[in-house]
Design a protein around this ligand. Structure first.
Ligand code: NAD
Ligand code: DAU
Length: 377
């Protein structure tokens, strides 16, 4: 039996990783350590919460003594560390919380793992500390408009090439870190601490840097779920700046599959970039989302384009992110499973079919819900 801590398992990506591991590995014990901040939601895990190989522990990763106690109590062999403050806009308003959780919280996890694993006769043997990071640590790429190509763009998931690139450079693993937002600065710092624990103490660590994820269970302050919900309720869609910024989108279950593969087969001390070769300008993806919601709701396609409302740009808004995930594809054989059109269709349908999940969050009932869920366990 392997005892694995997944931190941030009640959040968006973490819940997909917990679900995958609990279902795929019945002989592992998955310990979901989550503080349940505004972004943590046990409703994301309803389908697996009663499984015998799953335990939820409500804890703050910054609380070193408690984390140390969890390592000892569950004889932890591995960590998949996702817990973080994750929203760039919040980091601009409140950088302290980001430094506290993302830097000090990661340090607390690393130190607890080190102190616990060092006491064992086998020490690092069979152990792994896997840190989930972001492509935003690399900064922003320059942008050029490819001529003569009009959206929508179809990404061939298996082509291994960017179907369309808004520039000649991509984020590769050897690029120097140039974070711009307080969020990415804090994530960059945490990545450095993880690598320092390998280089200084020999801890078996791995870091991955992933592009923008989309899919079910994403907190509706992020672009895609926020806009799906606003279109449904015919509320304005706040597009930052001119909507020209480019993001590289990956379906969340493909990220979870990559995490599973890398946790088991990745090389210690390596970094892997994870991305879907799927660059989109914000305004183009927004139009696809509007058309998809309208069609599924039986409205005339494009009827809700008038909801697009250009607003003041995000401070320091990074222009373009584009991941080169060739290393992961070549070394471990991973590639995205879904074409973007399929992923967006699945995603929009999920939010429209799960309006109660969305309403629990947006109506303020959400906090009461998870408190009572926890009290009942
Ligand atoms: P999220 O905001 O949806 O979830 C974060 C989770 O961490 C929540 O469940 C929250 O309760 C928990 N958490 C926060 N502070 C905590 C603390 N102090 N102690 C314990 N738990 C705490 O985030 P997400 O989008 O699922 O991102 C997960 C990870 O993946 C983050 O590390 C993020 O930087 C990284 N990442 C996200 C994306 C993306 O597109 N969402 C892309 C690349 C990397
Ligand atoms: O690249 C990976 C990162 O992707 C992750 O590390 C972050 O945790 C995750 O939140 C995401 O960051 P972004 O800032 O790219 O995601 P967000 O959904 O906030 O915004 C996507 C783009 O849409 C970005 O260019 C800003 C723009 N935007 C966003 C919102 C919320 C708008 O135009 N309007 C909005 O209301």
């Amino acid at each position: 039996m392997k005892n694995i801590i997944i931190t941030g398992g009640a959040g968006f990506i973490g819940s997909h990783v917990v679900r995958l591991f609990v279902n795929k590995y019945p002989d592992y014990h998955i310990i979901n350590v989550d503080k349940l901040t505004y972004a943590g939601n046990l409703a994301n895990l309803k389908d697996i919460e009663d499984k015998p190989n799953y335990t939820f522990v409500k804890a703050d990763i910054c609380d070193f003594e408690t984390i140390m106690g969890i390592f000892k109590k569950y004889n932890v062999d591995g960590v998949i560390h996702l817990a973080a403050e994750s929203h760039v806009d919040r980091s601009i308003k409140d950088p302290f919380t980001f430094a506290q959780t993302n830097v000090m919280g990661t340090l607390s996890m690393l130190q607890a793992a080190k102190l616990y694993w060092e006491t064992l006769p086998e020490k690092w043997e069979g152990k792994r500390f896997y840190h989930i990071s972001t492509d935003e640590v690399y900064g922003a790429l320059e942008m050029t408009d490819p001529e003569g190509i009009e959206p929508p763009f179809t990404t061939k998931a298996s082509s291994g090439k960017h179907h369309l690139a808004y520039g000649s450079k991509f984020f590769t693993e050897d690029l120097k870190y140039q974070p711009h937002s307080p969020y990415s600065a804090a994530k960059a710092s945490s990545d450095h601490f993880v690598r320092a624990f390998h280089d200084t103490y020999g801890m078996p660590t791995i870091v991955t840097n992933c592009s923008n994820n989309y899919g079910p269970y994403q907190f509706p302050e992020k672009l895609i779920p926020l806009f799906i919900n606003n279109i449904r309720h015919r509320k304005p869609l706040p597009v930052y700046g001119k909507g020209e910024n480019v993001r590289d989108w990956l379906f969340v279950e493909d990220h979870a599959r990559a995490i599973d593969l890398i946790f088991h087969k990745g090389t210690i001390a390596e970094t892997y970039n994870i991305g879907g070769f799927n660059e989109w300008k914000n305004i183009d993806i927004i139009k696809v989302v509007i058309n998809t919601v309208d069609r599924i709701l039986g409205r005339a396609e494009g009827e809700d384009m008038n909801l697009i409302t250009y607003v003041t740009d995000r401070a320091g808004h990074d222009m373009r992110y584009a991941i080169d995930s060739t290393k992961l594809q070549k070394e471990l054989g991973w590639e995205p499973s879904l074409q973007f059109e399929e992923g967006i269709e699945k995603t929009v349908r999920w939010y429209l079919d799960n309006q109660a999940w969305m309403d629990n969050i947006t109506s303020g009932e959400y906090e009461k819900y998870y408190e009572s869920m926890y009290a009942n366990r």
